[in-house]
Design a protein around this ligand. Sequence first.
Ligand SMILES: [Zn+2]
Length: 124
Amino acid sequence: MMLMTTDDGRADVNTEKSQERKSALQEYFGLLDSATRDPQNRDIWLLRAWGVMHYIQGGAGHCQHCQQAVRLAIPITAERLTGETLQYSCLCPTCTFLELKQSKRIIMQVGDARVEYPHEDSLS
Ligand SMILES: [Zn+2]
């Protein structure tokens, strides 16, 4: 990313943030466009778009297990092998995979956009 500077040569943090926001907004529109062009994977694109919009509004989320910053925080429901159901507002990819190893399936859902990953996906 190009860094804008003020007249005295310092990095202009506001301009940098504004550029980042513009670029995230561009990404958001691109994901919505992909959702239209790729109906088979529509919900995956829409969930990512929702994550980007959430990031634009509130910044990165943090993984509820390891506290790592997560750019696209998408709500996850884990249906554990034990029968327990757990809800997360944000998990990093590593913790999502670890959760899947202990779950019958995990569901990422916002509104009608829904993607499920079965336990089998964690066995390969
Ligand atoms: Zn994590």
